[in-house]
Design a protein around this ligand. Sequence first.
Ligand code: TMP
Length: 214
Amino acid sequence: MFIVLEGIDGSGKTTQAARLGEWLSGLLGRDMVLVTKEPGGWAGGDAIRRLALDGKLSSAWGKFFLFMTDRCEHVSSVIMPALGKGMCVICDRYTPSTLAYQVLSNPSIGSGTADYMTGICEAIGLPLPDCVCLLDIGADTARKRLDARGRLDAFDALGRDYFERVRAAYDVLMKRSHGGWIKADASGDESTVFEELKRGLERMFGTRPGGFAA
Ligand code: TMP
């Protein structure tokens, strides 16, 4: 079982990934659940994460390929081995992040290439998530949250409009998908959002632990 969490910066993905990890560990056993993240969720990933996030890359394509490189390594050294053992993998960001942040909301790449990029992901053999949990939140609310955490770097560098475009891009990806997405209102408190996600997952996979096993 491969579950991915998505949303704009400040949407609370990391918190919800940890909570889903705890919940599913209770159902399946701790050694059957892996919570990981992109960029940087593999042994050499810190260097790529720093390079991707320090704001020195100016080319949208450069960023696209860097995130894809990170993902290929993450998939081959972390995600596939865990899925191969029958584990439930919960990943904080995955391919939808690259399509939303680098492709659909970025005029220098253009939305016309989104299908082609999706094709590349398939050709590379990246596993498709069984479920994408989209944490939907407006850019202003997300910004206030990041402000409270003292983490405004991305917002200041990229601007509010960019994050509204990313939010809209996620909706486009959800509409184009053939199901498997859960959209939750992420503006509420942590527990309310978690309950909404949990209900969505139970609707999709059932309430028995076996539904969440590989
Ligand atoms: P995080 O703070 O959720 O870990 O995400 C790091 C940043 O990297 C966030 O601003 C989104 C961005 N990002 C992309 O732009 N493209 C991608 O493919 C990924 C995985 C992250």
